[in-house]
Design a protein around this ligand. Structure first.
Ligand code: SF4
Length: 460
């Protein structure tokens, strides 16, 4: 039986190092000063409103122009404790930079993301004295489930407010998507863990690893034992293709592929097919496809069911994929996988078109040879806690109000597991922050009213 062409070590050590180096190198000091000068320091700056965490962008840019990089980093990190990671992964082209008034005058926004990275990199490179100090202890205990961006953001803010936080994490490392779910070239040199190490240095946060909700801990137990609970559990389930052959060798989840690659100490040990097909159109599809190319796959194709403008991945991400040799094919849905040799060797797609908003088959089919087929067709909430069955859901996610309060007393939720948002890291960070302030108020310490100013965006 011929074996599928899936193997590690397709490239030389130099090629791996080159392919997985920093995708978007930082600005030099001089470049940052020149870019900062392009900011108009707008009164009522639209870029601030476009930032889900409300970073005072003109303020931090002004501090960069004054060569006050620590001050700039403080303005960023006060609003967004993951300001360093968000500077790397935020789709700024549809957030702050899209709103920048320089677009009108020059068709080119101020490079806010790169400036944010310049300031935070300088700070994390040499943090010096602690930037944040915890308030006096309140004696209150907050349980946070999930050490991803939402959970860590909530934990940090709650700890700053003087509460004692216990963070329950199912894996062996903190970070969630920052550690397991992003393309390696977006966050090089262990930045995700360095940033979290700094975040935890504020104190007052104890992390317990290997603690899954529904197994080692249950929601009603946490609710009884703690003064407040925050759920930042993300989405643990992966949507299925609905084909009997989807468990065949060579077929996998893009999420697991990306996580495996991020945790591989040596890229040369990561197997990849010669021909890879990725089903889906979001950022996960792009990250899996581009990284397949960077591991040495010769032919990589993303297949999406609608046209490119409707792909969830931004234009920038789509161009990045194409720039890296990925082919994008549209208006096609997977009909069958060819696994007659005991492993996947090809896929058949049906062409579709849009009839009054509904996808209908055109009757035409096309085929693609494949050694690897990666599913990137979305995730679902996995709430495997027998005590949490009465927690209200909305559209398959935990229903929350503007402050992240769930239907259960003393229980808040945020990030991807909760309804209302675009599944962005930066929004998860804001959810955690808002929930921490809301918890603080519920515990009788009305010290912040941030939650009343920044509410969740209504999902499209
Ligand atoms: S909108 Fe653009 S020019 Fe105005 S403050 Fe924001 S970054 Fe500066």
């Amino acid at each position: 039986m011929p074996l599928p062409d899936i193997k590690p070590g397709r490239l030389s050590a130099c090629q791996y190092a080159d392919n997985f180096s920093d995708a978007h190198p930082p600005l030099t000091h001089v470049q940052a000063l020149i870019e900062a000068e392009r900011c108009y320091y707008c009164f009522d700056a639209p870029c601030i409103n476009a930032c889900p965490t409300g970073i005072d962008i003109p303020s931090f840019i002004r501090r960069i122009s004054e060569d006050n990089l620590r001050g700039a980093a403080k303005a960023i990190l006060e609003a967004n404790v993951f300001g360093g990671m968000c500077a790397r992964v935020c789709p700024t082209e549809v957030l702050c930079e899209q709103a920048c008034v320089r677009n009108t005058n020059e068709d080119k926004p101020v490079e806010i993301g790169l400036l944010q990275r310049h300031a935070t990199d300088a700070y994390f490179g040499s943090p010096g004295a602690p930037m944040f100090k915890r308030a006096e202890s309140t004696g209150k205990r907050v349980a946070v489930v999930g050490a991803g961006p939402a959970g860590l953001s909530c934990a940090h803010r709650a700890a700053m407010l003087g509460h004692e936080v216990t963070l329950f994490e199912s894996r062996t490392k903190p970070g969630g998507l920052n550690e397991y779910g992003l393309a390696s070239y977006k966050t090089v040199d262990g930045f995700a863990q360095k940033e979290i190490e700094w975040l935890l240095s504020v104190g007052g946060i104890e992390i317990r690893y290997g603690q899954s909700l529904g197994q080692q801990v249950v929601l009603n137990g946490l609710q009884a034992q703690y003064d407040a609970v925050f759920l930042g559990i993300g989405l643990g389930g992966v949507n299925a293709l609905g084909l009997a052959s989807e468990t065949a060798p060579g077929v996998g989840n893009a999420i697991e592929f990306i996580a495996g690659l991020r945790q591989a100490g040596d890229y040369a040990t990561v197997p990849v097919g010669r021909r890879v097909v990725v089903i889906g159109g979001g950022m996960t599809a792009v990250d899996a496809a581009v990284q397949s190319r960077k591991l040495g796959a010769q032919e990589v194709t993303i297949v999406y069911r609608r046209d490119q403008p409707r792909m969830p991945a931004s234009n920038y991400e789509q161009e990045w994929a194409q720039h890296n040799g990925v082919t994008i094919r549209t208006w096609s849905v997977l009909k069958a996988l060819d696994t007659t040799l005991g492993h996947v060797q090809g896929a058949t797609f049906a062409e579709v078109h849009d009839i009054n908003g509904r996808l209908e088959m055109t009757g035409k089919h096309w085929e693609l040879a494949a050694d690897n087929v990666l599913k990137a067709i979305g995730q679902t909430l996995l709430l495997a806690d027998p005590t949490a069955t009465t927690l209200a859901l909305r559209s398959g996610r935990i229903a929350v109000d503007d402050e992240g309060r769930t239907s259960w007393e003393k229980v808040w939720a945020g990030g991807d597991c909760s309804f209302g948002g675009r599944d962005l890291t930066v929004e998860a960070v804001e959810h955690g922050k808002i929930a921490a302030y809301s918890i603080d108020r519920a515990l009788g310490f009305a010290r912040h009213d941030t939650a009343s100013k920044r509410t969740r965006p209504t999902p499209a």
